[in-house]
Design a protein around this ligand. Structure first.
Ligand SMILES: [Zn+2]
Length: 602
């Protein structure tokens, strides 16, 4: 084998979670935070003028500390993901969380100090050559400072939060761990499924009958504990709304939008485009139902695999997958191909299929060494190759920002999924093209449809639910019956009343509603996906897109999302045109699917 399926973490910190170098790093960070606090306390804009050397020092220190926390955080996450049973990871993560809390306090203070700096000085600061590249980020910090309450109150809120928003979020994990359901395996033998196992089977089991039998059992398991989940969700949201109210707003979308540096009009336009263009996806689901021998698809069929007779899946060795990704990346961008090759050659990727690993996949960057690490489990399926291409897309995004100041690398969640989706699209399309026969092609297009189905229908339902829930929560505690009704109605609306079954307890089973920060962990995905599709459409039309694409990625933490699109793509995100170009690509896939399956249904 040419490439190793195990990553190298020793080059980050040698010796595992007890690495002496890691311990030293944490001590250094702690000292640096104290030094920074002193610097900030003593800083005065007027006496630092006209070259603002002290301020430059301050900002340099802050970025260095945050990069150090990022480096240590990646390392800990990596060890924990590769060995979920390692008991030594959690105490180290708690230690790092403590440091993160400390630096957030200092950075909060800095934001408020910036508010006090008179405009003339602030503008002079932005004009200093060393600080000019950070102008957008500094302005953003100053604006955030304007929203903050006095130091004492902010400190109190952040301490209360440890037993409030964060605590309810952690409590959710404890609750989910108690959810089990009695069921049977594929051979009919009785077994008990954990929530995670049941979720995988409900959505991914290849047998339609198995999935249909599991759905009521699944709903029953969440029903049994619905009051506990409702309490958790109500209090988490209640804490958040009280925090917002203390900062003078009842608009629960204000912070999520600000975090994503986007305007409400853009979000409205995206949902309008989604609503206006979902019929072809519903037609697709009806066709899928017909192929499964049903009139309408059920909730449990939407993301299910489609294995028609004769669908012999191509099996990739890891080396073949690497070669496939490098080759097809190269057709779009030699630099993307070179980065992928570099990642394989330098053991940035943990891909081995073995017990004890966390589920899912992720990419995190190591800012101090200008590297990335990718985590996933590779079993050789075409889907795994797409996942790998997705994570390598993230790594490419990080790599083109390596030389920028750390603040300029802090892109938001909505644009974070742009390069990843782009990488995934290239390889998913190449997979479809390489299919050996029609049955395999149908299975691959079906797998590719998971993304648009999730974005246009499932996540749309989650957004509708969450908005309506927060509205209601502003008035009262919301009962489990009301939560079920809100969710059921949101799903029916998003799926155009087209499904034969729904999952009213999704509000309890979906982790995303219980994340301490951010809330509305849904629309940034839809943005990222559609934004990436729009860019992919442009790349296909214009060719030779590499430089323009990299320039766009490099600016992702340097301006608002609307400005980014205007500057690099010449489009207005508050208008539907750009988004519609991306929708056309999905329509093309559905048309191909319809053509291939026409003769298979009566
Ligand atoms: Zn991703």
């Amino acid at each position: 084998m040419k490439y190793s399926m195990n990553w190298d973490l020793d080059s980050l910190f040698p010796g595992g979670i007890n690495s002496a170098k890691l311990a030293t790093k944490l001590t250094q960070i702690k000292t640096a935070i104290a030094t920074l606090g002193d610097l900030l306390d003593r800083w005065d804009a007027a006496s630092d003028a006209p070259d603002y050397q002290q301020f430059i020092k301050l900002i340099t220190h802050l970025q260095k500390i945050e990069a150090g926390i990022g480096q240590a955080g990646l390392f800990m996450t990596a060890i924990g993901s590769a060995d979920v049973n390692n008991p030594e990871v959690a105490p180290m993560v708690a230690k790092l969380d403590g440091l993160e809390n400390e630096i957030e306090t200092v950075s909060g203070k800095l934001k408020k100090v910036l508010v006090q700096v008179p405009d003339a000085h602030f503008n002079a600061i932005l004009a200093v050559p060393e600080l000019k590249p950070l102008a957008f980020n500094l302005k953003e910090m100053r604006d955030a400072g304007k929203e903050l309450l006095d130091d004492k109150t902010e400190a109190l809120i952040s301490r209360l939060n440890l037993d409030g928003r964060s605590a309810w979020s952690a409590h959710y994990d404890s609750l989910v761990a108690t959810v089990t359901m009695p069921f049977h395996d594929a051979d009919g033998n009785p077994t008990t499924l954990s929530a995670g196992q049941a979720d995988n089977n409900l959505l991914g089991n290849a047998d339609p009958q198995y999935r249909a039998d599991l759905l009521p059992v699944w709903e029953q398991a969440w029903t049994a504990k619905e009051q506990l989940f409702a309490d958790t969700l109500n209090h988490l949201a209640g804490f958040r709304l009280t925090e917002y109210a203390a900062h003078g707003t009842t608009d629960f979308l204000k912070k999520p939008l600000k975090d994503n540096r986007m305007r409400a009009e853009t979000l409205t336009t995206i949902w309008q485009v989604v609503d206006d263009n979902k019929q072809f996806l519903l037609d697709y689901l009806d066709r899928k139902a017909a192929l499964l021998g049903k009139k309408h698809a059920g909730w449990q069929d939407v993301e299910a695999p489609l294995n028609l007779p004769g669908a012999q899946h191509h099996h990739f060795t890891y080396d073949e997958a690497a070669a496939f990704i490098i080759k097809h990346y190269g057709e779009f961008s030699p630099k993307m191909a070179a980065l992928a090759q570099h990642a394989f050659e330098h053991n940035w990727i943990e891909a081995e299929d073995r017990a004890g690993k966390a589920p899912g996949g992720w990419m995190e960057s190591a800012p101090e060494t200008n590297e990335s690490r990718i985590f996933m489990t590779f079993t050789g399926s075409p889907n795994d190759v797409s996942t790998l291409a997705h994570e390598l897309g993230h790594a490419f995004h990080s790599s083109v920002m390596n030389d920028l100041p750390y603040f300029r690398q802090g892109y938001a969640m909505n644009v974070a999924e742009t390069a990843s989706t782009f990488g995934e699209l290239i390889v998913a399309d190449a997979n479809v093209k390489a299919a050996a026969n029609d049955a395999e092609k149908i299975a691959l297009i079906n797998a590719k449809m998971d993304n648009p189905l999730a974005m246009f229908l499932n996540i749309r339902a989650r957004f509708l639910f969450e908005s309506r829930f927060y509205q209601l929560r502003q008035q009262k505690l919301v009962t489990p019956a009301e939560l079920n009704e809100l969710m059921l109605n949101a799903q029916k609306e998003a799926f155009g009343h087209d499904l034969s079954t729904y999952s009213p307890h999704l509000w309890a089973s979906k982790l995303h509603f219980y994340i301490a920060d951010p809330s509305f962990y849904n629309f940034p995905y839809v943005f990222g996906y559609l934004f990436s599709l729009g860019i992919y459409a442009k790349a296909q039309q214009e060719g030779n897109f590499e430089d323009q694409y990299i320039a766009l990625l490099r600016d992702t933490a340097n301006m608002s999302t609307e400005e980014l699109a205007q500057k690099h793509l010449g489009v207005d995100l508050t208008k539907p045109d750009f988004w519609l170009a991306g929708v056309q690509l999905i329509k093309r896939d559905v048309a191909e699917f319809m053509r291939l399956t026409d003769s298979l249904v009566k």
